[in-house]
Design a protein around this ligand. Sequence first.
Ligand code: GUN
Length: 292
Amino acid sequence: MQLIDGAAIAERLCASLAQDVAALTATGLTPRLAVVLVGDDPASEVYVRRKVAKCSQVGIVSQEHRLSRDCLEADLLILVARLNSDPDVHGILVQLPLPPQIDAGKVLQSIKPSKDVDGFHPVNVGRLSTGTGGLVPCTPLGCMMLLDSVIDDYRGLNAVVIGKSNIVGKPVSLLLLERECTVAITHIHTRDLPDIVRRADIVVAAAGSPRLVRGDWIKPGCVVIDVGITRVHQSDGGARLVGDTATEELGHARAATPVPGGVGPMTIACLLANTVKAARSLSDERDRQGHA
Ligand code: GUN
């Protein structure tokens, strides 16, 4: 079984993005990402810190905007509106989850689709579902890049996506469908999950359920992408990150991602890729207007 080294693939992507950023900067357009953090959720703090650090590694300028946990929805909408109309901001990311007084759907819909580097705006979701471009959510994009490292021709392959979330399950299913896989999406009420998974040539496990997928569910030669990452406490008082698959039982798979070091590093790299894509679209738009 080949371990798919997400950390190495993400580093290669970041190296290539650094060159793209340098080329854009030479034309006077340095990609800029605005990250909005509401409240003091410790996990969100860690994610935001990692995103900001990675931006500076490839030359993207990042700016952090912090609002207090008890801020009003209107305060956040005003901030997003300001970032939408700031010509120097190319990407906007509002870190989730948001506190309960704020309607996350309303906030995500308020982000200008061309700056929506998370790909969560309904316009981008619609574009993904019709295969008409737009910004694609980062984790699903990362999953496809990992699959691309081992699969050339997807046509007719059976893909099973475990989990129907808007952030991973649904968009990754659409990307696999676009590659002409036969896609099954499973969820908590799916019957006979092991039998469905046994037919799969590709499994994307995104249920958030530690070690849900066992080795005897996996057909020999299957490619397994494990999106799960759950902190599990151990008897010695320590904690370990565990994926949605029983990794050590996957010896007969063709390839699989480790946890950690598989999908995780790709998510941030793809956020940077989306920011560069958003900046480049804006620069192309300006060129078109300039030559009109
Ligand atoms: N919180 C956890 N994952 C994500 C993500 O991909 N994007 C945003 N904005 N918030 C998150």
